[in-house]
Design a protein around this ligand. Structure first.
Ligand code: NAD
Length: 499
């Protein structure tokens, strides 16, 4: 059943690059095909940015930087608030646009993608005039103050799994702090980012403050990462690409923050409230078709409750309604691209080769109506340390299950592998909750919940999940430089050179 959006006007959607406040074609004249993952048809084509276009965008951001940085911070906040109002007025349109471009079910984009993006922009709008520095109590006669200054031109490179939300995570704090931005959205899902740029222009962001250059990673992304006139790269994406970005950034030693992959361990202890743990663990992995860096993709179950848990968990997984993203009853949409569906299916081939027992799912759905789409059934697979799918990120509706005997083994299993992003545990024992949370090698731990995110709480990882933080007041450190200012107002300097 194909549904058409009611609030999106494809004819008026921006289809060009947004550079220096203008809509322009790429200099090479190349186009990107934007596809609907429900049936893989082409929605439209847009201009593709290449290296020379990134150069133009960086030049525009550089030219816009002094005035933007010097603007009254309260006025920067006001522009962000105006953007929030504009987005609120276009709520239905944004929810539908994100659904057709990414495959997210409309119930998710209405409940999560759009409201969360609003929440984030609102938070950073409010933070714009609260970024105070500090005064250090140094020796008498001197004043030392630490000022926070914007870093300059920021390049932002983001993936396809939450395009609109990542705009709010990245643009919000960067702009509030007085930086100008060149953002490269994923080549797969650029539509909501371009629409957002149009709104920013309409509410009065000055030309060059935000520039949007959709293009491929190896060309536009690489150029942004290596660009000598970019002061910082904020990257979200895979660990492999993160490594390339660090290498590319070394020319001018620009600052880099990396939000990379994850393989979230989700521990269920025998004393957990079982229905809550079952429902929460299903949300942890199956929401957004499992395409979340913080997905609870590694379920660790205490032996004594494992069978009872799995019976309920598998029944829930099998009841999840797959369908058209615009159908309000759909609980799971297609994966965001054909290529990515293939990647996930390859992991299922690996499971079969390595002898992992597939407890449910394991393929695309048989349903003829979904056959053209990039769907994968919710999949639950038994795995042991050493199996490929125990440590590698599948990034789909795919969860591995491993049983453990005691708390020490649960912690050891949870900390196996190189990632350390999101993690969770379910228990009614408060002391255990703290003990295990402290022992988890992860940037975020959720107890009796999963994937809670708030603009005020820092988000990021350890190990191969990257470094630096999005969100929270912590992320403002990523977008500002600390400048230490010393003033002698009454001090007698010691006579260093007595003559
Ligand atoms: P990806 O690394 O392939 O691409 C991410 C972005 O980087 C895209 O815009 C892409 O065009 C660009 N890119 C690719 N090669 C590049 C290069 N050489 N130089 C510069 N830019 C380049 O990742 P993906 O497949 O789009 O997204 C999935 C990955 O993102 C998963 O690993 C997931 O865990 C991760 N992710 C992490 C977070 C987080 O906050 N930690 C959030 C969401 C997704």
């Amino acid at each position: 059943m194909t549904l058409t959006p009611r609030h999106v006007n494809l004819d008026t959607l921006p289809r060009q690059l947004f550079i220096n406040g203008e809509w322009v074609d790429g200099l090479a004249g190349a186009r990107l095909s934007v596809r609907d993952p429900y049936d893989d048809h082409e929605i439209l084509t847009i201009a593709e940015a290449r290296e020379a276009d990134v150069d133009r965008a960086v030049a525009a951001a550089r030219a816009a930087f002094p005035a933007w940085a010097a603007m009254n911070p309260s006025d920067r906040g006001r522009l962000l608030y105006k953007l929030v109002e504009k987005m609120e007025a276009c709520f239905d349109e944004l929810a539908e646009l994100e659904a057709i471009d990414t495959g997210h079910p409309i119930r998710d984009t209405r409940f999560l993608d759009v409201p969360r993006s609003l929440l984030n922009f609102r938070y950073f709008a409010g933070l714009a005039d609260k970024l105070d520095g500090r005064q250090v109590p140094v020796e008498p006669g001197f004043l030392n103050v630490v000022k926070r200054q914007p870093v300059g031109v920021v390049g932002q490179i983001v993936p396809w799994n939450f395009p609109l939300m990542f705009c709010s995570w990245k643009l919000g704090p960067a702009l509030a702090a007085g930086n100008t931005v060149v953002m490269k959205p994923s080549e797969i899902t650029p539509l909501s980012t371009l629409r957002l740029a149009q709104m920013m222009h309409e509410v009065g962001f000055p030309p060059g403050v935000v520039n949007i250059v959709p293009g491929y990673g190896h060309s536009a992304g690489q150029r942004l990462a290596e660009h000598p006139d970019v002061n910082k790269i904020a990257f979200t994406g895979s660990t492999a690409t993160g490594r390339k970005i660090v290498e590319a950034s070394s020319g001018n030693l620009k600052r880099v923050s990396l939000e990379l992959g994850g393989k979230g361990p989700n521990i269920v202890f025998a004393d957990a409230v079982l229905p809550a743990a079952v429902g929460g663990s299903a949300f942890a992995i199956f929401h957004n078709q499992g395409q979340a860096c913080i997905a609870g993709s590694r379920l660790l179950l205490e032996e004594s409750i494992a069978d009872a848990f799995l019976e309920k968990f598998i029944a829930l997984a099998e009841s999840i309604r797959l369908g058209h993203p615009l159908d309000p009853d759909t609980e799971m949409g297609p994966l965001t691209s054909r290529l990515h569906q293939q990647r996930v299916l390859n992991y299922l081939d690996i499971c079969r080769k390595e002898g992992n027992r597939i407890l449910t799912g394991g393929s695309s759905p048989d349903d003829a109506a979904l056959a053209q789409g990039c769907f994968i059934r919710p999949t639950v697979v038994e795995a042991q340390p050493g199996d490929t799918v125990f440590t590698q990120e599948v990034f789909g509706p795919f969860v591995s299950v491993t049983r453990f005997k005691d708390e020490a083994e649960a912690i050891a299993l949870a900390n196996t592998g190189d990632y350390g992003l999101g993690s969770g545990l379910w228990t009614t024992n408060l002391a255990r909750a703290h003990r295990v949370a402290d022992a988890m090698q992860a940037g975020m731990v959720w107890v009796n919940c999963y994937k809670r995110v708030h603009p005020g709480s820092p988000f990021g990882g350890v190990g191969q999940s990257g470094y630096g933080r999005d969100l929270g007041t912590e992320c403002m450190n990523e977008y500002t430089e600390a400048k230490s200012l010393w003033i002698n107002y009454d001090a007698q300097l010691p006579p260093f050179y007595k003559r």
